[in-house]
Design a protein around this ligand. Structure first.
Ligand SMILES: NC(=O)c1ccc[n+]([C@@H]2O[C@H](COP(=O)([O-])OP(=O)(O)OC[C@H]3O[C@@H](n4cnc5c(N)ncnc54)[C@H](OP(=O)(O)O)[C@@H]3O)[C@@H](O)[C@H]2O)c1
Length: 313
């Protein structure tokens, strides 16, 4: 089978031939039709998990994917021919979704509703689950004001929709070209991050502060000016491990570093939301598997206005 691999940390992705893997107990072999691309796919190559977990090389890149069940390991509650989507990354086994076939744990997959395309299903797991979990993680409700920092990207666009659907007033950061689209998705206000510091712009529009923040941009040591926008007892969640909850607590604020959990129930609710027209996943770059390196480079260069998907023949 064709697969996109790296042979070590910090090496370039390459398209190679590999044997089709076998599913073990509670695992499923899927013939993939599409793979979703996420920033974390590249962060793994840069060593995001180096030292905390063994990596097997050659390492097939990618987490998210959608396709048709080919074979089922003992105990896995799926059948050949079923259309499924979910997460495939297992760096210890060298497994990922940028391939014609991939093995996933059955507990990381869900069945696709009939109306869902493979491309959209592949775009959903990580970004959709992150947006879902991060908005829920703030615990806010109707009437509250939420800043989504990074609203123009894959996670951010979904977060805007989840929060707006709950009656939350959403401020979304964006480049000018994506501002109208974010308003269509439910953002009440947009802030142009290319026109100066986001914190200053939000502060001048909301001098009394805001209730909550989903921060998808700030790294460690960078989150302070954004967190300072919060009202007393306000809450900030970070996708990038940037929050120090003890420091926040000394200032009467709350915060957490959150990690998306794309469990089957969440995958199902994401797919249902797409089918019902409650969640739009904009795919802004779609290329064949062999162009995976280009797709990753484009994403990491900061050209994401939605999701990137690899189509697999
Ligand atoms: N913890 C978890 O479980 C988890 C799960 C999913 C994602 N994440 C992380 O969350 C982050 C966002 O993921 P994603 O998939 O949404 O990435 P993405 O699709 O690349 O979106 C990021 C968006 O932020 C914009 N942006 C860049 N610089 C900005 C700035 N200074 N201020 C405001 N916006 C800015 C980007 O615009 P440009 O393209 O113009 O740069 C892009 O539209 C990534 O770091 C990812 O690794 C974590």
């Amino acid at each position: 089978m064709r697969a996109v691999v790296v042979t070590d940390f910090d090496t370039e992705p390459r398209l190679v031939e590999l044997p089709v893997p076998d599913p073990g107990p509670d695992e499923v072999l899927v013939r993939l039709a599409a793979a979703g691309v996420n920033p974390f796919d590249w962060k793994v190559v840069e060593g995001a998990m180096r030292g905390s977990v063994e990596h097997a090389f050659p390492l097939v890149l990618g987490s998210d994917g959608a396709g048709t069940v080919e074979r089922v390991g003992e105990g896995a509650d799926f059948a050949p021919g079923e259309r499924v989507f979910g997460q495939f990354m297992d760096v210890q086994q060298g497994r990922g979704s940028y391939a014609e076939f991939a093995v996933a744990k059955a507990a990381k997959l869900a069945r696709m509703p009939a109306g869902l395309s493979f491309g959209t299903a592949a775009a959903l797991p990580t970004a959709g689950a992150a947006a879902h979990d991060f908005v829920e993680g703030t615990g806010i409700g109707p009437g509250c004001t939420l800043l989504v920092n990074g609203a123009s990207g894959g996670v951010g666009q979904a977060a805007v929709q989840f929060a707006a659907a709950q009656g939350v007033r959403v401020i979304g950061t964006t480049d000018p070209a994506t501002a109208d689209y974010l308003r269509e998705l439910g953002a009440a206000e947009t802030v142009d991050f290319t026109q100066g510091p986001v914190a200053e712009q939000v502060r001048s529009a909301h001098p009394d502060g805001i209730d909550a923040i989903v921060d998808l941009i700030s790294g460690r040591g960078e989150i302070e000016p954004i967190a300072a926008l919060l009202k007393p007892n306000g809450v900030i969640v970070s996708s990038n491990g940037a929050v120090d909850d003890e420091v926040l607590a000394t200032r009467g604020l709350r915060g957490a570093n959150l990690y998306a959990d794309a469990r089957p129930a969440t995958l199902k609710s994401l797919a249902d939301a797409v089918e019902l027209g409650q969640l739009r996943m904009r795919i802004d770059f779609e290329v064949p598997l062999e162009d995976a390196a280009e797709a990753l480079a484009r994403l990491m260069a900061g050209k994401s206005r939605g999701k990137t998907v690899l189509l697999i023949e």
